[in-house]
Design a protein around this ligand. Structure first.
Ligand SMILES: O=C[C@H](O)[C@H](O)[C@H](O)COP(=O)(O)O
Length: 230
């Protein structure tokens, strides 16, 4: 379920600017998606030029990309903290709360992004909103999909099991789970919804990232707008 309306140039500007934050010795979380991919490629070029970094990939897809491009990698279970994480988002509000998971990678992304001293989202103008209102991705244990769907409806949501493209059946995440896309309409209180979703047994992780993002780099047609929390 991709929701972006931005251009590749906008995404490239955001990704490349964020990649400039990577300095010698940095352990950097490598986000997932089309915007974060520009940062990964820019980091790879810096590695070619001699930069010493360790990348922590947030998905199978990003691990493959980073390997192809030549970014040295370290596994998530080998790090306790990261210096920096650079990741995309499906939507970011004025308080820098975000919705992620359009590529079903939000569970590992949240682990990596939360462990980073500095978490920078790279985005294009189509991702910005005053109030979050996109569907929230909810990764669920396969056997818990019926009970979790019922709890999501009790919270006012309208969950739809994400279907795979070019495969019959549902999307299966890198962790072997399923994903609901859950419509809540405008989310006036992301913090409360985030807590409520986290409390559902069988919900592995959801795509609301509340109070986690330090900066958003929004690539525009002629530059990069930097938004900072607070
Ligand atoms: O699961 C995927 C991630 O959360 C992505 O970072 C998010 O969907 C944004 O992807 P894109 O930059 O391709 O719009």
């Amino acid at each position: 379920m991709k929701t972006t309306g931005g251009t590749d140039d906008q995404k490239r500007r955001a990704g490349e600017r964020a990649a400039e934050l990577v300095t010698d010795g940095t352990t950097v979380g490598l986000g997932t998606g089309s915007t974060a991919a520009f940062a990964v490629r820019a980091i790879a070029r810096a590695v070619d030029d001699g930069l010493d970094v360790r990348g922590v990939p947030t998905s199978f897809a990003t691990r493959e990309l980073a390997r192809e491009e030549g970014v040295p990698l370290v596994a998530l279970d080998e790090v306790e903290t990261l210096d920096l994480a650079i990741d995309g988002a499906d939507q970011v509000d004025d308080d820098l709360n975000a919705i992620k998971g359009g590529g079903a990678a939000h569970t590992r992304e949240k682990v990596v992004d939360a462990a980073a001293d500095r978490f920078v989202v790279v985005a294009d103008p189509s991702k910005t909103a005053t109030t979050l209102d996109r569907a929230v991705a909810v990764e669920v244990l396969p056997d818990a999909r019926t009970t979790v769907a019922a709890r999501l409806r009790e919270l006012g949501g309208d969950p739809t099991l994400r279907r795979a493209e070019r495969k019959d059946g549902p999307v299966v995440t890198d962790n072997g789970n399923l994903v609901f896309d859950c419509e809540f309409g405008p989310i006036d209180d992301p913090a409360t919804l985030s807590s409520d979703l986290s409390a559902i047994p069988g919900c592995v992780e959801h795509g609301l990232f509340v109070g986690m993002v330090d900066e958003v780099y929004v690539g525009t047609d002629d530059g990069v707008e930097v938004r900072t929390r607070g």
